[in-house]
Design a protein around this ligand. Structure first.
Ligand code: SF4
Ligand code: F3S
Ligand code: FES
Length: 245
């Protein structure tokens, strides 16, 4: 088999640390040799270990599970640990996800944003029977329904859908596709005591379902392939049908 010379990658990173006095946003380019099966996580680790220990970015699981490595890769929000360099050209541009508080370089505080959204929408189970200990007792559920809930529960709160959304850029409190997906998920759950009025109350304005302009970018970038556009359209239709405007 022909042994091809490894590609030389030029990785340009938007550097800025708002905590550091005198830091100004600038692009910094690093050159590395591509290795077999290299992901952007591996490339960034190599840069940090061999060239620049000051480069900041977040990773935990390296397996598309924790949601911490979302970043703009050539202008599109994506998980860096699931992105193979071989699928990109030799010149790669990286920037932090917009819409979230910048910590430094490629690291943003998605946790703070998700917590705020979650508190506004109360994205936790409001048990019909508050005394039930879920560790000991699981209510029976039809497998098809459990499957539907599981499908929406696969969200890893990576923030890619928010970073891709034009409304989220304009409206600070817009709950994003991630928030609307969570309401769609709890609406399905027969253990939750809230009714449609309760759910629609928290998303029935311009920071919720009526702020969504059906741009669909959320749907296109979600690394877990959640059916976001379908869920949002369903919620909107449902709300309009019962008179929410
Ligand atoms: Fe990430 Fe998809 Fe969840 Fe949005 S809905 S936070 S893109 S996993
Ligand atoms: Fe934004 Fe997705 Fe709606 S990109 S505008 S939440 S369809
Ligand atoms: Fe966990 Fe990428 S490091 S999703």
């Amino acid at each position: 088999m022909e042994n091809k010379a490894p590609r030389q990658l030029k990785i340009s990173v938007l550097r800025f640390n708002p905590q550091e006095p005198g830091s100004v946003p600038r692009m910094q380019t690093y050159e590395i040799e591509e290795a077999e099966g290299m992901t952007l996580f591996i490339a960034l680790m190599e840069i940090r270990e061999k060239q620049d220990p000051s480069l900041e970015f977040d990773f935990v699981c390296r397996a598309g599970i924790c949601g911490s490595c979302g970043m703009m890769i050539n202008g599109s929000p994506t998980l860096a640990c699931r992105t193979l360099t071989k699928d990109l050209g030799t010149e790669i541009t990286l920037a932090p996800l917009p819409a979230f508080e910048l910590i430094a370089d490629l690291s943003v505080d998605t946790g703070k944003w998700m917590r705020g959204m979650s508190e506004r929408l109360e994205t936790w189970l409001h048990m019909k029977q508050p005394d039930v200990d879920l560790r000991r007792f699981e209510e029976k559920m039809e497998p098809e329904l459990a499957e539907k809930i599981y499908e929406l529960d696969r969200c890893i709160e990576c923030g890619c859908c928010v970073a891709a959304c034009g409304t989220a850029r304009m409206r600070e409190d817009f709950v994003g596709a991630v928030g609307l997906n969570k309401i769609a998920r709890f609406r399905l759950d027969p253990r939750d005591r809230r009714n449609d009025d309760d759910y629609f109350e928290v998303i029935g304005d311009d920071d919720g379902v009526f702020g969504c302009m059906s741009l669909i970018a959320c749907h296109d970038v979600c690394p877990k392939d959640l059916p976001l556009a379908t869920q949002i359209a369903f919620l909107r239709r449902k709300m309009v049908s019962v008179g929410w405007k």
